[in-house]
Ligand binder design. Structure first.
Ligand SMILES: Cc1cc2nc3c(=O)[nH]c(=O)nc-3n(C[C@H](O)[C@H](O)[C@H](O)COP(=O)(O)OP(=O)(O)OC[C@H]3O[C@@H](n4cnc5c(N)ncnc54)[C@H](O)[C@@H]3O)c2cc1C
Length: 482
């Protein structure tokens, strides 16, 4: 191949950012296009929990377990990829503590934890004394508590900007403030995108448009059942640290797993590096209605006070929210769209997209390029490929190690904030031409574009769980389900 494969990613949220980084790192010519600012969508509207504790055995838990490993690997890689002084990701493996306050809740929690342990999750049942050693201010009305030491958190806006900055470092371009309007087609196949600023040629297009992915997919002529599910978070004033883990009530797991449109509230209480406490979160399907309503705030506060009575006297400084990208079967959609050659999806992560972004990007990389991401467990390489091996993967970053010490203090993670020091918007100059980006090794091939791999990737069994044409989504893709 004489030319690097061109990939256009729609959406500069954390999923688009993570995908851009791994593809650019492997030598693809990547352009990310967002109609707004980077990290301006859902990735700035929620929390940054990376939770195994709320997931039962199954594909999403396995993806989370891979993501946790990926966060460790990528954080180390970013030390070489980010400029000195880049803000810290505020990654903290602080662990989760799930508390029940009713007998029914206790039974459900303990049964759930047993199934998780069988799937490799560390889930330690605590007695009341031990629970209060870990969380001295936790309610005394406990009926059961389980500690999940693997749960972690990251600052989502900084993480998104870090992944975008690393993608740039590997030659990707980020175009902000330009809307993607639809595809350029050659027969049924996508050969580019039409944007408000002109057309961009592409061998492959990835829709990573978060809760707007359904709308963007429709512009590409394919139905995709991704819808917004509203969530709101309350933020307290800064205080001395009185919450040490991610503490949530046992109802939370039920709310996550439910697809109900009505308001559901379950408490997740956690402190931030900045000293505030975040009280999340609600779940409600009401389209893109972004009003912050007193009834939701009251329900959030009431649940949080059941867990931590001291919160009753703590000032609340603000609330914010966003739209989770909801899919009816609660699994993200990752892989090639069999209805539209050249079109790929990386979306539908609902309330777990920050945590799952890295493993999602690795799966997609594996499927698109037919080669494994180095260090990605279970990555399948080119097995199942029909078209021979792809170009070599460039494993190392282009530069030497960058000293990140002294990179500035913690950045407040409780709010949307603006872009964090990742460099300014790339703008449109030169971006539309797409040529001449700094090369990083051998050209990468694209499974979909090259006929290398079928939908769902190159033989990875986990990839098959998320493919767009999985049985549980088929009625929606065919338009026979609402
Ligand atoms: C209250 C709340 C709490 C949450 N808590 C957590 C948590 O603790 N842990 C966790 O892992 N996840 C959490 N989430 C979910 C997480 O935030 C999302 O799953 C994740 O941010 C989705 O990222 P994304 O990149 O897919 O989408 P987004 O961040 O929404 O990015 C999509 C981008 O696509 C762009 N776009 C849309 N249409 C177009 C177009 N036509 N042309 C160009 N660009 C377009 C948008 O402008 C946007 O920037 C929470 C969400 C909410 C709302």
């Amino acid at each position: 191949m004489s030319q690097r494969q061109k990939v256009v990613i729609v959406g500069a949220g954390i999923v688009g950012a993570a995908t851009a980084r791994v593809l650019a790192r492997s030598g693809a010519d990547v352009v990310v296009v967002d109609r707004g600012p980077s990290a301006g969508g859902t990735s700035s509207g929620g929390e940054g929990n990376i939770l195994v504790s709320d997931k039962g055995p199954g594909a999403e838990l396995r993806l989370t377990q891979r993501s946790l490993a990926a966060w460790a690997r990528v954080r180390a890689e970013l030390r070489d990829e980010l400029p000195a002084g880049f803000p810290d990701l505020e990654f903290e493996a602080k662990g989760g503590l799930v508390a029940a306050t009713t007998e029914a809740g206790a039974t459900a929690l303990l049964e759930f934890a047993a199934t998780q342990r069988a799937a490799g999750v560390i889930a330690e049942v605590l007695d009341g004394d031990r629970a209060h050693e870990l969380e001295p201010d936790l309610t005394r009305a406990l009926t059961a508590a389980v500690h999940y030491p693997q749960d972690a958190q990251v600052q989502p806006v900084i993480a998104t900007e870090a992944l975008l900055a690393a993608a740039r470092r590997h030659g990707a371009r980020i175009i902000q403030g330009v809307e993607v309007l639809g595809p350029v087609l050659s027969g049924p196949a996508v050969t580019g995108v039409r944007t408000a600023g002109g057309t961009l040629p592409a061998d492959a297009v990835v829709i990573a448009a978060g809760p707007w992915s359904g709308e963007v997919a429709a512009r590409f002529g394919v139905p995709l059942p991704v819808r917004p599910r509203r969530g709101t978070v309350l933020v307290t004033s800064r205080m001395r640290q009185r919450v040490f883990h991610k503490v949530y009530d046992a109802d939370y797991v039920g709310a996550v797993g439910s697809g109900a449109a009505d308001l559901m509230v379950s408490s997740v209480v956690e402190s931030t590096a900045a000293g505030t406490v975040l009280i999340g979160s609600s779940r409600e399907r009401r389209g893109f209605d972004d009003r912050i309503e007193a009834r939701v705030l009251a329900a959030l506060a009431a649940k949080a006070m059941l867990l931590f009575p001291f919160l009753a006297d703590v000032p609340v400084i603000r609330a914010y929210g966003g739209f989770r990208p909801f899919v009816p079967d609660h699994l993200p959609v990752i892989g090639a769209d069999p209805r539209r050659p050249g079109l790929w999806h990386a979306t539908g992560h609902e309330g777990a997209g920050i945590g799952l972004s890295l493993a999602t990007a690795d799966l997609l990389h594996d499927a698109m390029l037919g080669v494994a991401v180095p260090g990605f467990p279970g990555s399948s390489g080119s097995s199942g490929s029909a078209g021979g091996s792809a170009g070599p993967v460039v494993a190392g970053g282009p530069g030497g190690p960058v000293d990140r010490d002294g990179s500035g203090g913690p950045v407040d993670r409780d709010g949307p904030g603006g872009p964090v020091g990742a460099g300014g918007p790339a703008g449109l100059d030169g971006a539309m031409g797409l040529g001449g980006a700094a090369g990083l090794g051998s050209p990468a091939r694209l499974g979909g574009a090259m006929g290398l791999a079928g939908p769902g990737g190159a033989g990875d069994d986990l990839a098959a769980e998320f493919r767009p044409d999985r049985p549980s989504l088929m009625p929606y893709l065919e338009g026979s389900a609402a």
